[in-house]
Design a protein around this ligand. Structure first.
Ligand code: ATP
Ligand code: MG
Length: 286
């Protein structure tokens, strides 16, 4: 499958059941794709440098996934190849009481990177239409009656799409990535966390309870992806069972997005340029 087939930009509907969770017949190309990943990351770093110098656009990559799908290791292995000075990683955990005392986009908006930088959202505003929907958490929120309508989540899809379009119109690009893991692979990774001492720290028995809600999450993901996939803020549904393949696809997305942005080193300011001959002479005669 090519990158295009993992992309949802509003042209076609996502049917999650029809999307692969593994590398499939591309397993045969593993060596070549791993080498391609390295090349892509070098290219991405070069484009990031231009983006940082130009400071015209910001990029946000929102990562969404079930537990153990590999968000953390994707960040560690792929985004660590970029210049950390121009990178901002934000993890969105259970909202604090201060977060909940504001609108849900409040904490998200504050985490935007400056233009010229790349922001990685480890979870994002999509939690507010995923975990909140599956567990109906909004019903426990302190909110005016008029806010708790039957179309609460339809409203949120609309708000999210409008906010993402707002970002686009204000010099940001947003790319959303769903790491699609199979039930079987998640089970295996949870078992590893229970058996391997170096993985104990990742273990949270509470996460396992969410497995009982697998179908509900599938539905919530499908709905929110279909409602918010647009040309200016596309979704990518990436197979997550084979980590090397997820990394390869993520590196392709990174290069594609940065190439679409086409950042250029800014030219020298004419006033500065005029001062160069004298400055050179000064240095040479030092
Ligand atoms: P790890 O891979 O290390 O488990 P994680 O992203 O799952 O990382 P945790 O601290 O384990 O981090 O979990 C964060 C929890 O916060 C998740 O269960 C997530 O659903 C929850 N969360 C995030 N945003 C919201 C939100 N807006 N409302 C309610 N819960 C949220
Ligand atoms: Mg967790």
């Amino acid at each position: 499958m090519s990158l295009r087939e993992y992309c949802f930009d509003g042209e076609r509907k996502l049917d999650l059941d029809a999307m692969p969770t593994g590398a499939g017949d591309r397993k045969a190309e593993k060596g070549a794709l791993k080498a391609q990943t390295e090349e892509n990351l070098l290219r991405a770093a070069e484009l990031q440098e231009r983006m940082y110098a130009e400071k015209r656009e910001g990029l946000v990559i929102a990562l969404q996934a079930r537990d153990a799908a590999g968000k953390d290791s994707l960040i560690k292995k792929v985004f660590s190849q970029l210049n950390p000075a121009a990178l901002k990683v934000t993890s969105f955990k259970t909202p604090t009481s201060t977060d909940l005392a504001h609108d849900y986009m409040w904490r998200i908006h504050q985490a935007l990177p400056e233009r010229g930088c790349i922001g990685i959202f480890n979870r994002s505003h999509y939690e507010d239409v995923l975990v909140v929907k599956v567990h109906q958490l909004h019903k426990g929120y302190r909110l005016a009656e008029r806010c708790l309508t039957d179309d609460f989540f339809e409203r949120r899809y609309r708000q999210i799409s409008s906010w993402e379009q707002y970002l686009w119109e204000n010099g940001y690009r947003m790319v959303k990535v769903f790491l699609h893991i199979s039930r079987e692979e998640q089970k295996q990774r949870f078992l590893d966390r229970m058996e391997l001492s170096e993985k104990y720290w990742k273990l949270s028995v509470g996460d396992m309870k969410e497995r009982a809600l697998w179908k509900e999450y599938d539905e919530a993901y499908e709905k929110s992806i279909n409602a918010t996939a647009t040309r200016n803020a596309p979704w990518y549904v990436l197979p997550a069972d084979d980590k090397w393949y997820t990394r390869y696809l993520m590196s392709e997305i990174l290069v594609k997005t940065l190439e679409d942005m086409d950042p250029q080193y800014p030219p020298l300011d004419p006033d500065e340029a005029a001062k160069i001959p004298a400055a050179m002479q000064e240095l040479e005669t030092e």
